[in-house]
Design a protein. Structure first.
Length: 446
């Protein structure tokens, strides 16, 4: 239940909605399982989406031994194991700990870090600075893997960080702007002068810090958020829920940086954005999209056979596979094998525009088998236009950020399509039968 808080005047750019949570968040982890209709659910945090091959094998083993046999990717590059039997939590935790996927039991739900998945793989770097603050051809300015390792280390070392909600999100953007649209609670973005901008939520303000100090600065910002939450007297899970204007929170973070001897300067935040990687070959990597984010164990193992080092799960339910030294012919052959097991390698596939919650039978609140309906109507979806997200109820679990067409199961049966109209009320049309999706899309997007 959400209760309104009194708030200071919020800057329009903050897009904040001050709320007070009357309970702790119930976000699942690997030690706190969620009871679903198809069995217990575990959410395994994968900082930056980066998995070694042995860790990937451990996850495949976990779902085959304990779960439903599939691995489910989330919009934060994490992995869910579903269909877990009662009483298997200890065995799952032991398996994940042995694989290095559970380094701190006190922090396992707060290791929410997304990172530019192509960083260091497509030729970006400080030797090719672009005039718009991006690298050459929209590529990154810096390999941010050192930031990822350092931030995860300081996060797991921070006693205070255990109080963060399981929804609090860190984002590490290598300068290309692919993560700018996520409005993470704390964002580090590489900039052309060699440093980093520290952004908070959707604020248009930023604090410039050195690249060396960036991971510590991100952790300091999260701890400043916790201090502001305590001072407000109301529980908040995300930066957007604090009753503070952008400049107030930025000032609070600045004071925290000063106390920790981290030099900083207030700036206007960089706004250039780009999309996540499309399927296909890109630099020293291959990119694939996972239909509805669901991977069978054979598909997962085909991914591990394609790369020699690691998998990078993306916030767009895709996977980037580093392939250093592979020829163009080898890359094409690998993409053909991945397509043969049902993974999306075509950048024009309509699957890139379609997502869905788990729906029936996995969720008791769902009014429909939304995944079956989304799959059955794929032919009505073209490769261009707003993405469609199918939801079994109004909660719209797992929906993407940004503009989209919501396809929500209606209480009376069928669906309702809705789309936000800039400056106006949402436009809504009914969909009594999923087979009529093409006509409904024409009606809602004239």
């Amino acid at each position: 239940m959400l209760a309104a808080m009194s708030s200071a005047a919020l800057r329009p750019s903050s897009q904040a909605t001050a709320v007070s949570r009357d309970r702790g968040d119930a976000c699942p982890g690997t030690l706190r399982l969620h009871a679903a209709d198809d069995g217990a659910l575990a959410r395994v945090r994968i900082p930056g989406g980066v998995l070694t091959l042995s860790q990937a094998e451990a996850l495949a083993d976990a779902t085959q031994r304990l779960g439903d046999g599939d691995l489910h990717l989330t919009s934060r590059g994490n992995v869910q194991v579903r269909g877990l039997a009662d009483g298997c939590g200890a065995e799952l935790a032991e398996l994940l700990t042995s694989a290095g996927l559970l380094p701190s039991r006190g922090h396992e739900r707060v290791r929410n870090i997304v990172a530019s998945p192509l960083s260091g793989l497509d030729g970006g770097g400080m030797d090719g600075r672009g005039l718009d603050g991006q690298g050459p051809d929209g590529r990154g300015l810096r390999d941010i893997r050192p930031w990822l390792s350092a931030l995860d280390a300081v996060l797991c070392a921070s006693e205070a960080a255990q109080a963060l909600s399981g929804r609090f999100l860190f984002a590490l953007d290598d300068g290309r702007g692919d993560l700018a649209g996520l409005d993470a609670d704390v964002t580090l973005r590489a900039v052309a002068d060699g440093g980093a901008q520290l952004g908070l939520g959707a604020s248009d303000l930023a604090l410039h810090v050195s690249a060396e100090d960036a991971p510590r600065a991100a952790m300091a910002a999260a701890e400043a958020f916790l201090e502001a939450e305590r001072a407000s007297g109301a529980r908040a899970w995300r930066v957007a829920e604090l009753a503070l204007a952008d400049d107030e929170l930025t000032a609070a973070v600045g004071r925290r940086l000063t106390a920790e001897n981290i030099s900083h300067e207030r700036q206007v935040r960089e706004t250039a954005r780009t999309e996540g990687p499309l399927p296909g070959a890109v630099g020293d990597a291959l990119s694939v999209h996972i239909p509805l984010g669901r991977l069978s164990a054979p598909q997962w193992r085909e991914l591990t056979r394609t790369t020699t080092c690691e998998l990078r799960l993306t916030p767009w339910r895709g996977v980037v596979l580093p392939t250093p030294g592979a020829s163009a012919a080898q890359g094409a052959e690998s993409l053909a094998r991945l397509a043969a097991v049902g993974l999306v390698t075509d950048p024009d596939s309509p699957w890139l525009r379609v997502g869905a919650c788990i729906g029936r039978p996995g969720c008791a609140k769902s009014r429909a088998d939304v995944r079956a309906d989304a799959t059955g109507t794929l032919g009505a979806v073209g490769p261009r236009g707003l993405p469609l997200y199918w939801s079994g109820c109004e909660r719209r679990c797992g929906h993407p950020r940004g503009e989209r067409i919501d396809v929500v199961a209606a209480p009376e049966g069928g669906y309702r399509l809705s789309v936000e109209v800039p400056g106006g009320e949402p436009r809504t049309v009914p969909l009594d039968d999923p087979s009529q999706l093409a006509a409904a899309l024409t009606a809602i997007t004239p």
